[in-house]
Design a binder for this molecule. Structure first.
Ligand code: IFM
Length: 454
């Protein structure tokens, strides 16, 4: 999908005045309170009870207890000078059974959160679906069932009717590739199913849900922006051998083009669909037009690259790794943005997630001097700056994540936060990276040489 390019860093990198600096989280990863105020069960509550599903055998019952601590958390966002906050709404709080009767108390929580953000002058960026599907819908075949897309539209309408007047920016879905592929093909994520055809069906119904929800958002929040958040992990072939090249094309097709191309109105990558043997039975007349509803922005989540070999062999990793074992490849963020823009010319982009789990060591004051994470953020932001200079309209950046949190199948073992969370006391302590990022947000200048201790 992408051509490897030279990394020519610029320090300092100066961002446009109106560039938005934010940070991101998601509902299941931070809220806790999974049985409070009428919330229904989600597929992640259920998945956490499965033997071996979560590395540290943990769950989301308490997480960062954000449901009860949201006021302090918003105060912290404000202390860090962040201008935007990306969070997600838990569908099972709004519809405990996935559809049917609205649970008003669930919506009340997001109402309070949005008002708190606005009072602190922080723009709310809300994502409607970040993987916590109501379990009752999974019991009816989850995203493999087309009806789930219709339920998503009802859920969207209910949320928009309540919050549509105040949220700045809406995203329908977060990383549908991960929902479909890790949830229904590899089984590493909830609901833990393992079928390639089901995963293709799930991907189509997720995209359909997105496309059908877009006009509902436009209708109920005409002043807001609306888009979708996709993840990209550029794949490079290990060698010029045909087997490596072909395998790499399939990975790029399945991971990096499968969602962006239908949204851009180009349909699914035909050669990848063929290579996967997807029969496309799920596509009904008009679906591709629905999916191609114009978006105001594309949200781009970027963390790492991958090297692909044919014949199921694993390619060696050659770059420094994060604590997730992911290679650190900063120029990838520029390569995917420039490639996307060249191919599809989306109106605008946000980096809706970028960040790193690092092997943090907290001192006796719960402080983490995470110079490695600062390097990661700094080096990626330099590349974002170059991307903007190359003419790609990137309008904002959200560090993943505001807080250490529940990292899905890894539980609480991996820490992505710029703010340390002590899970025993729930104490929050900004790491060195948060103090560094505060300076960036204040000045719009990215440099490794600012005084982040101020
Ligand atoms: O924590 C996740 C997030 O929920 C979605 N994008 C990737 C992050 C790191 O794995």
């Amino acid at each position: 999908m992408t051509k490897q390019s030279d990394n020519t860093p610029q320090d300092p990198a100066v961002f446009p005045d109106n560039f938005l600096w934010g940070s991101a989280t998601s509902s299941f990863q931070i809220e806790g309170a999974t049985a409070t105020d009428g919330r229904g069960e989600s597929i992640w509550d259920r998945f956490c009870t499965k033997d071996g599903a979560i590395a540290d055998k943990s769950d989301g019952k308490i997480a960062c207890d954000h449901y009860h601590r949201y006021k302090d958390d918003v105060a912290l966002l404000s202390e860090l000078g962040l201008q935007a906050y990306r969070f997600s709404i838990a569908w099972p709080r709004v519809f405990p059974d996935g559809r049917g009767a609205i649970n008003t108390k669930g919506l009340d929580f997001y109402d309070r959160l949005v008002d708190e953000l606005l009072a602190a002058n922080i723009a709310p960026f809300a994502t409607l679906y970040h993987w916590d599907l109501p379990q009752t819908l999974e019991d009816k075949n989850g995203w493999v069932n087309r009806d789930t897309a219709y339920s998503f539209v009802d859920y969207t309408a209910a949320v928009l009717a309540r919050l549509g007047d105040r949220v700045t920016s809406w995203a329908t879905l977060n990383e549908p590739f991960v929902s479909a592929s890790l949830g229904y093909r590899t089984g590493e994520h909830a609901p833990g199913r393992k079928s390639l055809p089901d995963s293709c069906a799930a991907a189509h119904h997720l995209l359909l849900a997105h496309g059908m929800a877009m006009p509902v958002i436009r209708d109920l929040a005409p002043q807001a922006e609306a888009g979708i958040v996709l993840n990209f992990t550029p794949a490079f072939a290990y060698s010029d051998d045909e087997a490596d090249q072909q395998a790499c094309d399939v990975v790029n097709g399945f991971e990096n083009r499968w969602y962006a191309e239908p949204i851009a109105g180009k349909g699914y990558p035909a050669e990848t669909a063929e290579a996967l043997g997807w029969e496309q039975k799920e596509i009904q007349a008009g679906d591709l037009e629905t999916i191609a509803a114009p978006i105001d922005y594309l949200g781009v989540n970027y963390y790492t690259r991958q090297t692909i070999r044919g014949n199921q062999q694993k390619a060696p990793q050659t770059l420094p790794l994060t604590d997730m074992g992911w290679e650190i490849y900063p120029q990838g963020i520029r390569e995917i943005l420039t490639t996307l823009h060249e191919r599809h010319n989306f109106k605008k982009y946000y980096i809706t997630e970028n960040g790193a789990a690092m092997p943090d060591k907290a001192d006796e004051h719960n402080f983490v001097d995470d110079q490695d994470r600062i390097d990661y953020l700094h080096n990626h932001l330099q590349q974002v700056s170059q991307t903007i200079n190359q003419g790609v309209p990137v309008a904002g950046y959200f560090a993943w994540s505001m807080f250490d949190n529940f990292e899905w199948a890894f539980g609480y073992e991996k820490r992505f936060g710029i703010v340390r969370v002590n899970y025993e006391t729930q104490e929050r302590t900004p790491k060195a990276s948060a103090l560094w990022y505060r300076e960036v947000a204040k000045s719009g200048v990215v440099t490794r040489h600012n005084d982040s201790s101020a």
